[in-house]
Design a protein around this ligand. Structure first.
Ligand code: NAD
Length: 483
C-alpha cells in the first residue's frame, strides 16, 4: 500500500474521531486539506469552512425556493426523527439540563421553526409603474451558538438562514462541539443526497475564541448571528460586522393580588424548571406585590416546588454563586458546576434532601440576595416581597439589568399589564403564562432559539437573515392606469 498525505490525514482523523475529538469523515470523503467536497460541513479551519460555505451558497443561489423547502424538510426530518439519539448525545456531552427536554427541544425546533413560507415580497403599484421589494440572502452567515442548546440553536439557525437563501458556518460552544459537528454531518449528508449540495451548513469542529474571532473578522462572512452571554454579545457588537445579537437575559416575574395564584405557580414551575432553567427566557426571579407574596409561597408548595429556608438558600448561594473579575468589573455569576443541574443536586448543596422528581426549589429572599441579580440558569427561583405593584415593577426593571430580553406578569388587572409592559420594554412580555408561551409553545406566534435583544430583531425568522432589494419598473405594468 502506498502511503500518501491523504491517507495519513484520514487515518489521523479516524483515530481522533474514535477517541472522541471530531466526527469521522463520511465514507468516501477525501480530506486533502484543500478539497472541500465530501467534508459534509465539518472543518477545523475557519478559512476552509467559509470557502466551502461560499461554494454551497453559490450553488443554492442557482436553485429554486422549492429546493430550499426540500433542504429544510431534510433538516426538519432529522431533528424530529433523530431527536432522541441526538438529544441524548447532547446531554452526555454538555452534562447540563434534562434529557427529556434536550430531546423535546430538537423536535420542537424541527417542527416549528418558520421556513420559506415566512418569506414575502411587497409591491407598490401606481401611476409611475411597479416597484417590487424582495428579500435577498446575505451570503455566508457566521453563527455562534451556546452550550445551553448547542444543536437545537444550530438547527433553528440553519432553517431560518437557509430559508433566507444563505449558507452558514457555526462556531459552537466548545462544550457542545461534538453534538454540533455530528448534527451538521447528518444534515449535510442528507442535503447532499437530496440536492447534490455539500457544506451548506459548516461547523468548526474544534471551536475556540480565536476561531470565533476569525469568523467575526472574515471578509467572506457577510453577517453574524450570535447567541450567548454578555461577553460574546459585546464582542459581536464591536466586531464591525452586521450582527444579529441574541444576548443574555435575567427574566423577572411580577405577581399581583388579582392573579390566579395556582395558575401563576404552575406557570412559574413549568418555565423555570424546563431543562433545569437553561432557557434564556426562563423565569429567574419573582417579585410579589402586597398580599400576593404569602399566597404565592403557598401556591408554589401546593404545586410541588420545594421551599428552602433562609439558611439553606445561603448555603446554596455559597456553593452555586461565584465572584469573577477585578475592581470595578468584580461581579457575581452562576458557578459552572451548578448551571443546569437537577434540583436534587442543588438541594444537597443547600443541606437538604428533597423528594425524587422535585423540579424546582424556591425561597423567600431579600432583594439584595445574589440569586436575584444573577442569571442563575439552575432550578432555584428567589421570591422577593414588594410593597405594591409599583414597587414590584420597579424592582423587576432594575434586576432585568436593561437587557430588554423577557419579562412576565401574572395579573388580571389590565392596567398593571400596561404599566409593566411600558416600564420594562422587553422583547418578550408574557402575561399569565409560562415563559415559553411567548415562543408559540402554549401561546400564539412562532419559534426560534435566537431572540435578538440588543440589536432589536426579536425572535429571529428567515426574514431576519435577508436583505431588502427593490426593483423598480418605470411607467409599465401598472395595468389599472392610463395609456
Ligand atoms: P457563553 O456566552 O458562554 O457562550 C456563547 C457562545 O459564545 C459560545 O459559542 C462561546 O464559545 C462563545 N463566546 C463566549 N465568549 C466569547 C468571546 N469573548 N468572543 C467570541 N466568542 C465567545 O454563553 P452560554 O453559557 O453558552 O449560553 C448561555 C447564555 O446565552 C446566557 O446568558 C443566555 O441568556 C444566553 N442565551 C441567549 C439566547 C437568546 O436568544 N437571546 C438564547 C440562548 C442563550
Amino acid at each position: 500500500m502506498q502511503l500518501n498525505e491523504n491517507l495519513i490525514r484520514n487515518v489521523v482523523r479516524q483515530v481522533l474521531a474514535e477517541v472522541g475529538n471530531i466526527p469521522p469523515l463520511p465514507r468516501g470523503a477525501q480530506s486533502n486539506g484543500r478539497g472541500r467536497q465530501g467534508r459534509r460541513g465539518v472543518f477545523t479551519c475557519p478559512d476552509q469552512a467559509v470557502a466551502a460555505a461560499q461554494e454551497a451558497f453559490e450553488q443554492l443561489s442557482r436553485r429554486t425556493i422549492e429546493d430550499r423547502r426540500r433542504i429544510i424538510a431534510v433538516i426538519r426530518r432529522i431533528a424530529i426523527d433523530q431527536a432522541e439519539e441526538l438529544g441524548t448525545m447532547e446531554m452526555h456531552e454538555t452534562r447540563i439540563g434534562r434529557l427529556e427536554h434536550k430531546i423535546e427541544k430538537l423536535r420542537i425546533l424541527g417542527e416549528k421553526t418558520p421556513g420559506v413560507e415566512f418569506l414575502r415580497s411587497d409591491a407598490y403599484s401606481g401611476d409611475n409603474g411597479l416597484t417590487v421589494i424582495e428579500r435577498a440572502p446575505f451570503g455566508v452567515i457566521g453563527a455562534i451558538t451556546p452550550v445551553t442548546h448547542s444543536l437545537p440553536t444550530l438547527t433553528g439557525n440553519a432553517i431560518s438562514m437557509i430559508a433566507g437563501g444563505n449558507a452558514l458556518v457555526a462556531n459552537p460552544h466548545p462544550s457542545g462541539k461534538r453534538v454540533a459537528a455530528e448534527g451538521v454531518r447528518r444534515f449535510n449528508e442528507a442535503i447532499f443526497a437530496a440536492t447534490g449540495i455539500d457544506n451548506l451548513i459548516c461547523v468548526i469542529a474544534e471551536p475556540t475564541l480565536e476561531t470565533a474571532n476569525a469568523l467575526f473578522k472574515h471578509k467572506g462572512i457577510a453577517c453574524i448571528c450570535v447567541t450567548g452571554g454578555p461577553a460574546v454579545a459585546r464582542a459581536a457588537l464591536n466586531s464591525g460586522k452586521r450582527a444579529v445579537v441574541a444576548g443574555p437575559g435575567n427574566p423577572p416575574v411580577v405577581v399581583d393580588d388579582t392573579a390566579d395564584y395556582d395558575r401563576a405557580a404552575k406557570a412559574i414551575i413549568q418555565g423555570a424548571s424546563y431543562d433545569n432553567n437553561l432557557l434564556c427566557i426562563a423565569e429567574k426571579e419573582v417579585f410579589c406585590a402586597g398580599s400576593a407574596h404569602e399566597a404565592m409561597l403557598e401556591a408554589m408548595h401546593r404545586h410541588g416546588a420545594v421551599r428552602l429556608t433562609a439558611q439553606e438558600v445561603d448555603r446554596l448561594a455559597a456553593a452555586a454563586i461565584a465572584t469573577v473579575g477585578e475592581g470595578a468589573h468584580r461581579h457575581d455569576v452562576a458557578a459552572k458546576e451548578f448551571i443546569g443541574q437537577d434540583a436534587s443536586t442543588l438541594a444537597r448543596a443547600a443541606g437538604r434532601d428533597v423528594p425524587a422528581g422535585t423540579q424546582l426549589l424556591y425561597a423567600e429572599v431579600e432583594e439584595s440576595h445574589p440569586f436575584v441579580a444573577v442569571e442563575q440558569m439552575m432550578p432555584f427561583v428567589p421570591f422577593v416581597r414588594c410593597r405594591d405593584i409599583e414597587d414590584a415593577i420597579a424592582k423587576a426593571k432594575h434586576y432585568e439589568h436593561g437587557f430588554r430580553h423577557t419579562s412576565i406578569i401574572h395579573t388580571n388587572n389590565v392596567r398593571h399589564m400596561t404599566m409593566m409592559g411600558r416600564a420594562l420594554d422587553t422583547t418578550l412580555f408574557v402575561k399569565n403564562g409560562p415563559c415559553m408561551a411567548a415562543l408559540g409553545l402554549g401561546g400564539e406566534g412562532y419559534l426560534s432559539f435566537s431572540i435578538a435583544t440588543p440589536t432589536g430583531e426579536g425572535v429571529t425568522t428567515p426574514l431576519t437573515f435577508t436583505r431588502e432589494r427593490r426593483c423598480a419598473l418605470i411607467d409599465d405594468l401598472h395595468i389599472l392606469g392610463r395609456d
